[in-house]
Design a protein around this ligand. Structure first.
Ligand SMILES: *[C@@H]1O[C@H](CO)[C@@H](O)[C@H](O)[C@H]1NC(C)=O
Ligand SMILES: *[C@@H]1O[C@H](CO)[C@@H](O)[C@H](O)[C@H]1NC(C)=O
Ligand SMILES: *[C@@H]1O[C@H](CO)[C@@H](O)[C@H](O)[C@H]1NC(C)=O
Ligand SMILES: *[C@@H]1O[C@H](CO)[C@@H](O)[C@H](O)[C@H]1NC(C)=O
Ligand SMILES: *[C@@H]1O[C@H](CO)[C@@H](O)[C@H](O)[C@H]1NC(C)=O
Length: 365
């Protein structure tokens, strides 16, 4: 269980005797409140008050204020919902401490004072509020029963001195949605060799959910997390990326998985024979095969400087991983002028193009 603890301490720089000796010299009392929030090892120190003392009366008030201790505990009693999550805010009217409760549950707000009676700024309503106190721990609790949206207001507790400590009650709200930016049907499209942005976003949620990507090993306080895979390699094709949102408003983390789908450059094509040769009277018939393109690559053929693509035909197969295997076959009548010319097959798609070449051997009779 998480423990949330807020302690306000005052240190008076001017002691009483010091004050008396300086009476009449218009001395200043400076009171510093140190607010420590110890939650998941987070620590916050705040200078929250600055009292100017001009009379004994004011001084004693300041002294009382210096004894003013406020503590808010989480899960003090088993089975009770108390402030059991994150704290934010420093307890001032402008920046109240935030406390969360589940809809319909009892919220227990706590203030601790020394030497003073606590008052809560709520109207008497026995169906809604109960106040309890424990003299040994000097705390006073406001129980907000059956918490409803209407109860999401700022509560104040005050001691003898006219100083208030403010707590904003919030109902837990789970995030409404967790998704990967630019993903469609749980697929995230990218292109081999370019940077791919991975961005996971949680919408809504009170308190704001922590979002993490890749194994939950990188929790983040923000509503979203993003990173870039630079010049992404084809190894990422069809790899899943998991994003989790953690929130005390959720019974178990929210999770979304996206599959990376990459546009892939075809692999360098291969001729179906080691030597490309034929006899003058027999048309040349040669094939090139290219694996691993996405989208499908198209073939171009050249013999010497001539584009002979129109004499070729391609056949496409889809591999299990969604990439395309393309076989292109060229059928072309040659004569002795073609002997020793270079024959090139080139596979290209939007990602890039790759080619292979051989020297043509035309046998004459
Ligand atoms: C505490 O509250 C005061 C008043 O709203 C604000 O000015 C100050 O910035 C707050 N301090 C912190 C650390 O949030
Ligand atoms: C994710 O977890 C697996 C095994 O649990 C580990 O091998 C891998 O390195 C982790 N990846 C990251 C990015 O933390
Ligand atoms: C959390 O998010 C911030 C801002 O996006 C980023 O700078 C930081 O590195 C993130 N922290 C972790 C642990 O991922
Ligand atoms: C996809 O399948 C093809 C054919 O089996 C293989 O050559 C290729 O390496 C696989 N993976 C990728 C990312 O292209
Ligand atoms: C050889 O073929 C090319 C083009 O196919 C043609 O232009 C040329 O005239 C032919 N040469 C001979 C000797 O038939």
């Amino acid at each position: 269980m998480k423990l949330l603890r807020v302690i306000m301490l005052c240190l008076c720089y001017t002691s009483y005797s010091n004050y008396i000796s300086k009476l009449g010299n218009n001395p200043q009392l400076i009171c510093i409140v140190v607010l420590t929030i110890n939650l998941n090892k987070a620590k916050l120190r705040i200078n929250a008050c600055n009292e100017g003392g001009r009379s004994y009366r004011q001084f004693s008030y300041a002294l009382t204020y210096c004894r003013f201790l406020i503590k808010t505990f989480a899960n003090v009693e088993t089975g009770r919902i108390i402030a059991d999550v994150k704290a934010a805010g420093n307890g001032t009217a402008l920046d109240p401490l935030h406390q969360y409760v589940s809809h319909g549950r009892e919220a227990v707000l706590q203030c601790i004072f020394q030497e003073s009676k606590m008052k809560w700024n709520v109207v008497t309503n026995i169906q809604k509020y109960k106040v309890s106190s424990n003299p040994s721990t000097e705390h006073s609790r406001l129980h907000v029963l059956n918490s409803q949206p209407d109860d999401e207001v700022i509560y104040g507790c005050s001691g003898l001195v006219n100083q208030m400590y403010y707590i904003q009650l919030n109902l837990y709200v789970p995030p409404t949605r967790l998704y990967f930016f630019r993903s469609i049907a749980n697929k995230l499209e990218g292109m081999e060799g370019t940077d791919l942005l991975i961005r996971c976003i949680a919408e809504g949620g009170k308190p704001p959910p922590d979002v993490s990507i890749l194994n939950s090993s990188r929790p983040n306080k923000t509503q979203e997390i993003s990173f870039i895979i630079p010049t992404i390699s084809r190894d990422y094709h069809q790899k899943p990326i998991v994003c989790d949102a953690f929130s005390d408003a959720l019974e178990s983390p929210m999770r979304v998985t996206v599959q990376i789908n990459l546009y892939l450059k075809p692999f360098t094509p291969k001729f179906n024979t080691n030597e490309v040769s034929t006899e003058e009277t027999i048309p040349l018939r040669v094939s090139c095969i290219s694996y691993g393109s996405r989208p499908t690559s198209s073939f171009n053929w050249n013999i010497g400087r001539n584009d002979v693509t129109s004499f070729s035909k391609s056949k496409t197969e889809i591999a299990e991983n969604g990439t395309k295997t393309v076989v292109s076959t060229l059928t072309y009548s040659v004569n002795k002028s073609h002997n020793e010319q270079t024959i090139i097959c080139r596979a290209s798609n939007i990602v890039g193009s790759v080619s292979a070449s051989k020297t043509l051997d035309v046998k004459c009779k």
